[in-house]
Design a binder for this molecule. Structure first.
Ligand code: MSP
Length: 532
């Protein structure tokens, strides 16, 4: 390759350390992990960032309740989030913590720049405040919400403070232009419309410091003015790349990372869209930095038909996730999240019966079954060696064209973060292999010595189509697909950036040893009384 590969930068929100990781965090991170793995495999220069949001009143309060220091609480829970990253096999390139010096130093510099440019100024605030969301609520909205939090339902509190403000109102016009010129800046469409509504309401300046707590980054030289956690947290997307460092300051962030900015995707949940889609671009405009290409705000998982809540005790929490992994495998869990998850604009139910249905239909009966049928037939009829392609063709099954179309569709869907569509294209190939077997009946051909050539061609085409499908499926199910590669005699390095080459028809060499292995996804018969 001559030209250097295109950078691709994808981020998760950084998670609050006063909560334990659950399905919500795991979901967003899985989405990013699958996209990161696929684009690395495709040959892009990928950077995938996640981390923890460690400052703010919520962390200060939780720590006080537990009788530990905020830093100790942050250390403990950041370690827990990192353990989960390993448990779920995530391939993040870094893990940023907002208490790290590399982050706080750059945030202080950004604030100094914003004060110097007049984008941050000292003023007086009096108004309603949502403590859970760490968000000031304008009077009209507070009234509409009956003075309760739109998220937690808890009463809003009245605040009166001397604060520093960010001059958000000055960016109204530029944000409107951005939304018009870059219609995919916020996706999906329903979420973009929500933000257009916020813009129509008109933007007011945002208080960006508090004096009511101390756990955070102070305005340089003014200890009592502690930065609002959102200004601090959003900056992680650029501090991890060292955007606020001076040339030569290479000890905090590895040099060269600035090439990843602007981000291709900030993947977030819908409840934190305003901060990402309005406040963050305005802040970047004020700092004279390029804007991310797309803020992708997915919807929520609910649990067995009901909103997840502590009081209902129906959180899909880590022990529950571990239970699914133990029963079905990690890759099956990832597959369910990716193909069924709420990337669109409606919430999705995480239900055990649905999980089993998807597992059995997509994985046991389709992918696993198709692979073992083909491998077994090659074992039986060709001594476990991939047969020769031959020239036998069946109408309706132009395999080079079918596989090319699926590969192109999967790549295009992935680029748009349409993960379930991308996986649908790959699994569609597997389903076509099944139809091909039904149409050609190789087990019947095998009884007729004169059909030997045809049999060879049919099984070659099946194995080759499965090989190409497997390359596309690796990002979602890396462990199982590596097992499939061993069965198909493939020695593939998914870090080599050669996905397109590997997907070219004819890559399977005649004579390759094809070996039976354990069933990839044994059929699951539910024995739990609750699921019936
Ligand atoms: N710390 C802020 C984000 C700062 S980003 C600069 C925060 N943290 S959080 O721990 O509350 O994480 C919120 C994120 O977790 C959501 O945006 C979403 O990605 C994920 N989810 C939390 N609950 C969820 C569901 N029930 N379903 C899907 N994802 C959800 O907000």
């Amino acid at each position: 390759m001559s030209a250097s590969p295109r950078p691709f930068y994808i981020t998760t929100p950084i998670y609050y350390v006063n909560d334990r990781p659950h399905i919500g965090h795991s979901y967003t991170t899985t989405v990013c992990d699958v996209a990161a793995r696929f684009h690395r495999f495709l040959g892009l220069d990928v950077f995938f960032l996640t981390g923890t949001d460690e400052h703010g009143i919520k962390v200060e309060k939780s720590a006080a309740e537990r009788g530990v220091s905020p830093q100790a609480l942050a250390d403990e829970n950041a370690a827990e989030f990192q353990r989960v990253l390993r448990m779920l096999d995530f391939t993040n390139d870094d893990f940023i913590r907002t208490t790290q010096r590399r982050h706080t130093l750059q945030v202080e510099r950004f604030v100094q720049r914003l004060i110097a440019s007049g984008d941050i100024y000292l003023g007086q605030y009096e108004g309603w405040y949502d403590e859970g969301q760490e968000e000031f609520v304008p009077d009209t909205r507070a009234k509409d919400q009956e003075y309760k939090s739109a998220v937690s339902g808890r009463p809003l509190v009245r605040m009166r403070e001397e604060n520093y403000f960010f001059r958000l109102s000055a960016y109204q016009q530029r944000l409107e232009d951005l939304y018009r010129e870059q219609p995919e800046f916020v996706r999906p469409e329903a979420r973009r419309n929500e933000m257009l509504g916020r813009l129509r309401d008109g933007l007011t300046d945002v208080p960006v410091t508090r004096t009511s707590f101390s756990w955070g980054i102070s305005i340089p030289g003014q200890d009592k003015h502690v930065l609002w956690v959102w200004l601090d947290a959003l900056s992680n997307y650029v501090t991890a790349l060292g955007i606020g460092l001076e040339p030569g300051e290479t000890d905090l962030v590895p040099p060269g990372r600035a090439r990843f900015w602007p981000a291709d995707y900030h993947v977030i949940g819908k409840e934190i869209l305003f901060f990402h889609a309005i406040f963050w671009p305005a802040m970047l405009m004020a700092l004279d930095l390029p804007l991310p290409r797309c803020i992708y705000a997915h919807s929520f998982w609910i649990s067995e038909g009901r909103k997840m809540s502590k009081s209902l005790g129906n959180f899909i929490d880590l022990p529950t996730i571990q239970g699914y992994i133990d029963s079905f495998s990690l890759d099956a869990f990832r597959w369910f999240l990716i193909t069924q998850g709420p990337l669109g604009s409606t919430d999705t139910d995480f239900a055990r019966t649905k999980f089993i249905e998807v597992y059995n239909s997509d994985l046991a009966n389709t992918l696993g079954n198709s692979l073992s049928r083909v491998v077994n037939m090659i074992g039986k009829y060709f001594d476990g060696r991939a047969p020769r392609p031959g020239g036998f063709a069946v109408s309706g099954f132009d395999w080079p064209a079918l596989t090319n179309a699926a590969v192109d569709a999967a790549i295009a869907s992935m680029a748009r973060l349409e993960l379930s569509e991308a996986m649908g294209s790959a699994l569609g190939l597997v389903r076509q292999v099944d139809s091909f077997i039904d149409a050609t009946r190789p087990f019947t051909m095998a009884k007729d010595e004169s059909k030997r050539e045809e049999l060879a061609a049919v099984l070659y085409q099946c194995a080759e189509a499965l090989r190409i499908a497997s390359v596309l499926l690796w990002c979602a199910m890396p462990n199982k697909i590596e097992q499939a590669w061993r069965m198909l005699g493939q020695n593939i390095d998914p870090t080599a950036g050669n996905l397109r080459d590997l997907c070219r028809w004819g890559g399977l060499k005649a004579g390759t040893a094809v070996v039976k292995g354990e069933a990839l996804f044994p059929r699951f018969a539910d024995t739990e009384p609750s699921a019936q």
